[in-house]
Design a protein around this ligand. Structure first.
Ligand code: RIB
Ligand code: CA
Length: 359
């Protein structure tokens, strides 16, 4: 028979134990479990390949898409917002906020690219009118709000000009220490597409790119040197065309426009620029990276918008010797970017097709 005194003592011990456990749990920061979906914000200029990137993200359980923020780029921002709203409506995801961002680059005029993306920016593919409504918050505000709400959990995936990201940094520089990482489609270490050396997203807003590449956050650059080797071909299009779901049929229409155009321009398939950046967040093994110092050229007559990568992270060290300089050694430079140097295009395209199967 347990006396009242000893029962009281046991209850007191139990209460102390429970309080200690409660404190420990509260003190331990919430850590996403390894299998928990990764929170992402896609910053887009939709844009035909942006649209494929959005479809891939919305149909991948590894990703928890917390927002689509729209920036002027391939199309004017109003058209981009309309396209993004149609995309989340198509996927039945009005829970994902779509926020309107910058109307133009920080310092130069906007350059749109309907030639490559169709008059409506979606390969002239039709979509039903959007059921979802635009979020009231400007894009930069929403990025800052979400990154502060989920410190060290948000992956930013910019796949257009970097204007919104630069504006978010300007609004709250501390996001550079709170973002889990940035994985962007942009730049190149093997020549440009907008110009001989500049890739379109960087070319469209070099000043914004400079701010993003100098912010000091973990930055992965998925550039043309890997996306131009990740070609979606007529054969893969044929596989996609067998799918009867609304999202797959929309993707087939958009990718038919892109493959037709690519072949007209002498290519063998359409480069999956933006979708590969999303793919790299879903499965990091789809790309191989090398850490490099990457500077953004903002002044060159022929090179404005170039991502100037130091492949070996060093340069000559020179000293003045009378009427000339002499190389006396090398100077190392600190890498600031994880540069994608290889990609598994075939495996990526099969991932893309698998995610749209039955959708
Ligand atoms: O250079 C390719 C990039 O420019 C892609 O993001 C494409 O959508 C365009 O924005
Ligand atoms: Ca884009």
């Amino acid at each position: 028979m347990i006396s009242i005194r000893s029962a009281t003592a046991m209850i007191k011990k139990l209460l102390v134990l429970l309080l200690a456990v409660a404190f420990l749990l509260s003190a331990t920061p919430a850590q996403a479990s390894p299998n928990e979906a990764r929170k992402v914000i896609l910053d887009v200029d939709p844009g035909a390949d942006d649209a494929m990137a959005i479809l891939l993200a919305l149909n991948s359980p590894e990703l928890d898409v917390r927002a689509l923020t729209v920036v002027a780029g391939n199309v004017v921002v109003g058209q981009g917002v309309e396209n993004a709203l149609k995309m989340v409506s198509l996927a039945g995801r009005c829970d994902i906020p779509v926020a309107r961002g910058a109307e133009k680059p920080l310092e130069q005029k906007l350059t749109t690219a309907e030639f490559f993306h169709g008059k409506n920016g979606l390969g002239n593919a039709d979509l039903p009118a959007a059921a979802c409504k635009v979020d009231a918050r400007p894009a930069a505000d929403l990025i800052v709000e979400l990154v502060n709400r989920y410190p060290r959990e948000i992956t930013l995936v910019p796949v257009g000009p970097l204007t919104n990201i630069a504006l978010a940094l300007k609004k709250d520089p501390s996001i550079a220490t709170k973002v889990k990482k940035v994985v962007l489609m942009g730049g190149s270490i093997a020549g440009g597409n907008a110009t001989a050396v500049a890739e379109a997203n960087i070319y469209n807003d070099p000043e914004a790119a400079l701010a993003v590449f100098e912010a000091g956050w973990p930055l992965t650059m998925v550039g043309l040197n890997v996306t131009e080797r990740t070609l979606f071909t007529r054969a893969e299009l044929g596989q996609l065309a067998k799918e009867k779901g609304q999202q797959a049929r929309f993707a087939t229409a958009v990718l038919t426009f892109l493959v037709d155009l690519a072949e007209k321009l002498g290519g063998e398939g359409t480069p999956m620029h933006d979708p590969l950046a999303v793919g790299a967040v879903i499965d990091r093994t789809l790309i191989v990276i090398r850490d490099m110092r990457v500077d953004i050229e903002t002044r060159g007559e022929y090179t404005r918008g170039e991502t100037v990568a130091s492949r070996h992270n060093c340069s000559d060290r020179r000293e003045l010797r009378g009427d000339h300089y002499a190389v006396v050694g090398i100077e190392t430079v600190q890498p600031n970017v994880h540069v994608a140097v290889e990609s598994d295009g075939a495996r990526f395209n099969q991932l893309f097709l698998a995610r749209l199967r039955g959708k």
